[in-house]
Design a protein around this ligand. Structure first.
Ligand code: GRF
Length: 265
């Protein structure tokens, strides 16, 4: 067995996925150790759970940063390496029609918050960052500072729906409201969009007309606790590669798709 990978985690709420990952590390199902858990929210219950296991935690209070910025934008200093134009071009979280003030406030407040996250994480060099119910979209400012080797993404997210269906904050609710016959969860590497990066793994469950949002959530979470650790273990075993594959459609046009290839053990 190779060297254990160092895993950092970001959460916003109950942290039950983070817990499942920590447990999988303890049980040797992941060849890794969780070295920090950070949050955008000091009330996140998952922070307490990590502290109980003596895992270092930190908080970057996004809501406070945004509130302070709104009251006194002139009091804020942006990170030295902050390049507004570069981030504006790359970011695809807000569409191009969104008004410029909204886009600049979003990018600027996120850069302040994300620089604080990076500063906190400096104390804990990591191999992989897992977003385990972290309810903030990360901008290119943060992503480019973590993904420093081209073609080797190292931020993984779990999403409560079968992507690319139902991105956003309420995957199980959206699945239920649409009347889907199957639901599921997805683990993917993140890119500059919302829940849009290359897919590593997916699990599905059937939905009957007796199901409610609650039962769908229960079924989905039970699968999340298996799928996320399994995908992290594939990363720990260095078995994941993001590959650009070309294909030709019926009319002869050549297109590209990014596929995460999983190599055999
Ligand atoms: C999970 O359903 C996850 O897929 C989504 O947010 C929820 C987090 O739950 N991103 P928890 O904090 O892990 O309990």
């Amino acid at each position: 067995m190779g060297k254990k990978i160092k895993i950092g985690g970001l959460i916003s709420g109950t942290g039950t996925n983070m817990d499942a990952i920590i447990k999988a590390c303890d049980e040797g199902k992941i060849n890794g150790e969780v070295i920090f858990v950070g949050s955008d929210n000091s009330d996140a219950k998952g922070l307490k759970k990590a502290e109980k296991k003596r895992i270092p935690t930190f908080v970057v209070n996004y809501a406070e940063i945004m509130k302070n910025f709104k009251h006194a934008p002139e009091d804020h200093f942006f990170p030295d390496d902050f390049d507004f134009e570069d981030i504006k071009i790359k970011q695809s979280l807000l569409n191009k029609e969104t008004d410029i003030l909204k886009v600049s406030t979003f990018i600027e407040t996120r850069a302040i918050a994300e620089a604080a996250l990076i500063e906190q994480m400096k104390a804990y060099p990591f191999d992989l960052l897992v977003l385990a119910g972290f309810m903030r979209n990360l901008t290119p400012y943060f992503i480019d500072r973590v993904n420093t080797t081209p073609g080797k993404p190292r931020i993984m997210n779990i999403h409560p729906a079968l992507l690319p269906s139902f991105p956003g904050v309420d995957g199980y609710g959206d699945t239920f409201r649409y009347g889907c016959k199957v639901g599921g969860c997805t683990v993917h590497f993140i890119d500059y969009g919302e829940d849009s990066g290359p897919i590593i793994g997916q699990r599905t469950f059937p939905i009957s007309d007796k199901d409610t949002i609650d039962t769908i959530k229960q079924k989905g979470l039970a699968l999340e606790y298996q799928l996320f650790p399994e995908c992290i273990q594939l990363y720990a075993q260095d078995r994941l590669a993001c590959v650009k594959m070309t294909y030709t459609n019926d009319t002869g046009d050549i297109s590209q798709r990014t596929v995460v290839k999983i190599s055999q053990e």
